[in-house]
Design a protein around this ligand. Structure first.
Ligand code: G1P
Length: 297
């Protein structure tokens, strides 16, 4: 089986109800961390990992997301005319090659596994990546790139993994590990959103996957799992014990759950502090409000 990964699926069909009323008219993936939409972070990470084909699984109301990837020749011209070369470069860095993006509609919200399955014809018989844009990962070497490098050694199926507080494990897919080799673990079981007392560990699946195409065949059975949804976790679990196997990869980096308001705000602060032009102002402000809080105690 070929181990080069050039296709990635971005499930972006969710309604983003946690961010209402904003998501009434703005797709969640367009909401910005500092000045870049969430989806741009996912795309940049995929590009760094060598992805060439970007498959978005969308739904009704995601038009702004498709528009975002159009080139903006008038805007570019205007910035050029005004000599705003830095902004022009920023804008051009978001341009995608013609034909590199495909959009597939998920007609019914039947779960993450179903969303991935909707892209099956575009994946055909190749390993592929899945990136959940809600999980934003700040890392020196982008997370998917770390995984692609590890995958070149293992093949099979690989999921990003991270230890979470034990009382939070039931919000995730959770791994049952047979061999722990440090950054890599061999998986002997995985369960989607287990009850607290049934979680096999606190090693959670984070939204980066490299999967073998046989996962798509398993998804075809359309069996509903946790929450009555067709779960990607269950289809990956059915690969355990096959010649492909399943690995967890403890990535190096900091993950933000931008599907939650608190995670989104934390990411905003973290990415703001990474920007040279914002760092001083923002950190002064943060110091001030923390000190004010202390003074009030
Ligand atoms: C999805 C996956 C889950 C994974 C999580 C990571 O859940 O189903 O296995 O742990 O993403 O963010 P969701 O957060 O969409 O409910």
């Amino acid at each position: 089986m070929k181990r080069e990964v050039t296709k990635a699926i971005f499930p972006v069909a969710g309604m983003g109800t946690r961010f209402l009323p904003a998501t009434k008219s703005v797709p969640k993936e367009i909401m910005t961390l500092v000045d870049r939409p969430l989806i741009q972070y996912a795309i940049d990470e995929a590009r760094a990992a060598g992805i060439k084909e970007f498959i978005f699984v969308t739904s009704r109301g995601k038009g702004a997301l498709e528009d975002y990837f159009d080139h903006a020749p008038q805007l570019e011209q205007e910035l050029r005319r005004k000599g705003k070369s830095e902004l022009l470069e920023t804008l051009q860095s978001t341009n995608m090659d013609s034909g590199a993006i495909a959009y597939i509609r998920q007609h019914k919200a039947l779960g993450l596994g179903h969303a991935v399955w909707c892209a099956r014809r575009l994946i055909a018989d190749e390993p592929f990546a899945v990136i959940l844009p809600d999980d934003v990962i700040a890392a020196e070497k982008p997370c998917l790139q770390q995984m692609v490098e590890a995958y070149a050694e293992t093949g099979g199926n690989m999921v990003a993994a991270m230890e979470v507080a034990p009382d939070k494990a039931s919000s995730y897919g959770v791994l049952d590990v047979s061999d722990d080799m440090g950054s890599m673990v061999k998986v002997r079981g995985m369960v989607e959103k287990p009850k607290a007392e049934e979680a096999p560990s606190n090693l959670a699946v984070i939204g980066r996957y490299i999967l073998s195409p046989s996962v798509l065949s398993s998804l075809s059975s359309m069996e509903a799992g946790a929450g009555g949804e067709i779960q990607l976790t269950d289809a990956i679990a059915s690969e355990i014990g096959s010649e492909n196997g399943v690995y967890g990869y403890r990535f190096r980096g900091q993950r933000f759950d931008c599907g939650s308001k608190s995670g989104f705000l934390q990411a905003t602060v973290a990415f703001g502090l990474q920007r040279e032009e914002l760092r001083d102002d923002l950190s002064d402000y943060l110091h001030d409000i923390v000190n004010m809080g202390k003074a009030a105690e």
